[in-house]
Design a binder for this molecule. Structure first.
Ligand SMILES: NC(=O)c1ccc[n+]([C@@H]2O[C@H](COP(=O)([O-])OP(=O)(O)OC[C@H]3O[C@@H](n4cnc5c(N)ncnc54)[C@H](OP(=O)(O)O)[C@@H]3O)[C@@H](O)[C@H]2O)c1
Length: 249
C-alpha cells in the first residue's frame, strides 16, 4: 500500500503540466485531492478524470483571500489537509539586458510572493496540528545564475532558500524541496533551445510522488541531469563563468 493512501493532498498548480500529472499519480495511489489553480474549467475536467475523491478549489496564489477560500473548501470536504504541494509558477525567460519590467514584477509576484502567501495560509494550521507536509517547487534553474534565465531563475533560487529556512524552523513538519530538471510541459514549450535529458510529465509525477513518500528533503528528477547541475553550481567561479559565458556565446 502507498504511504499516500487515504492522505488528503492539496496540489496548488494542478490544472496543467507536472501538477496535473501528479494529481493522476496520487489519485492512483489512493490519495484524496484538493486541486487548485486559476483555470476553473481545467480543474473541473481534471476532477472528472481522476480515479479517487477530489475537489476542485480554484484560487490565485497572489490573492490570499482566494487561497484561504480554497483551503477552507478543502477542509470542509475532507476535514483535514495532510500535504500541500505548491507548483504554481509562471515562466518567461529573458536576458537581464532585455528585461520587461512589468513581466518581471508579475513573475516575481506569482513565483515568490505566491509561496509566502501559501505559507501564511497553511502554517498556522499545521503548527496547531504539530504535523503536515509542505512541498515547495524550486528548479535546477535556481541552483545557479545562468544566462538568459531571469527573472524566473531568481524566483526559483528564492524558493529553494525559503524551503531551507522552513525546514530549519519547523522541525515537526515534513518540508520538501522539489527540484525538477527539464519536463515536457506548456512551461518549457517556451524554450527555443534543445533541452537536455527532458522527461515526460508522467515520469516527473512518479518521481515526485515517490519523493513525497520518502524521508529526504530534496526531490530532484531526472537524477543525472540534476546531479550535473549541482556539480556546475559547486564549481569555483573562474571555471563556472568560463563555462556559462561559453554557453551565452
Ligand atoms: N517543466 C519544467 O521543466 C520545470 C522545470 C523546473 C521547475 N518547474 C516548476 O514546476 C512547476 C510546475 O511547472 P509546469 O512545467 O508543470 O508548468 P505549467 O504546466 O505551466 O503549470 C503551472 C501551473 O501553475 C498554475 N498557476 C500559474 N499561475 C498561477 C496563479 N497565479 N495562481 C494559481 N495557480 C497558478 C497554472 O494554472 P493556471 O494557469 O490555471 O492558474 C498551472 O496549473 C512550476 O513551479 C515550475 O517552475 C518546471
Amino acid at each position: 500500500m502507498s504511504k499516500m493512501t487515504g492522505k488528503v493532498v492539496w496540489i496548488v498548480g494542478a490544472s496543467s503540466g507536472i501538477g496535473r500529472a501528479l494529481a493522476h499519480e496520487l489519485s492512483k495511489r489512493g490519495a484524496k485531492l484538493i486541486v487548485s489553480a486559476r483555470s476553473k474549467d481545467k480543474l473541473k475536467s481534471l476532477v472528472k478524470e481522476l480515479e479517487g475523491e477530489a475537489l476542485a478549489a480554484p484560487c490565485d496564489v497572489v490573492d490570499i483571500k482566494s487561497l484561504e477560500k480554497a483551503m477552507k473548501a478543502g477542509r470542509e470536504a475532507f476535514a483535514t489537509i495532510d500535504s500541500v504541494v505548491h507548483l504554481a509558477a509562471i515562466y518567461d525567460p529573458m536576458a537581464l539586458r532585455a528585461l520587461d519590467i512589468e513581466k518581471t514584477h508579475a513573475i516575481t509576484n506569482v513565483n515568490l510572493n505566491g509561496v509566502f502567501n501559501l505559507l501564511h495560509v497553511i502554517l498556522p494550521y499545521y503548527r496547531k496540528r504539530h504535523k503536515g507536509q509542505i512541498a515547495l517547487c524550486g528548479s535546477v534553474a535556481g541552483y545557479c545564475g545562468l544566462p538568459q534565465g531571469q527573472p524566473y531563475s531568481a524566483t526559483k533560487a528564492a524558493v529553494m532558500n525559503i524551503a531551507q529556512s522552513l525546514k530549519s524552523e519547523e522541525e515537526k513538519l515534513n518540508i520538501k524541496l522539489i527540484s525538477p530538471g527539464f519536463v515536457d510541459t506548456d512551461l518549457t514549450a517556451k524554450n527555443d533551445f534543445e533541452m537536455p535529458m527532458i522527461i515526460s510529465v508522467e515520469k516527473a509525477a512518479k518521481a515526485l510522488a515517490n519523493g513525497l513518500e520518502s524521508s529526504g528533503f530534496e526531490i530532484r528528477f531526472p537524477f543525472i541531469f540534476t546531479s550535473i547541475m549541482k556539480l556546475l553550481a559547486g564549481l569555483p567561479y573562474r571555471l563556472y563563468f568560463f563555462l556559462t559565458q561559453k554557453l551565452e556565446r
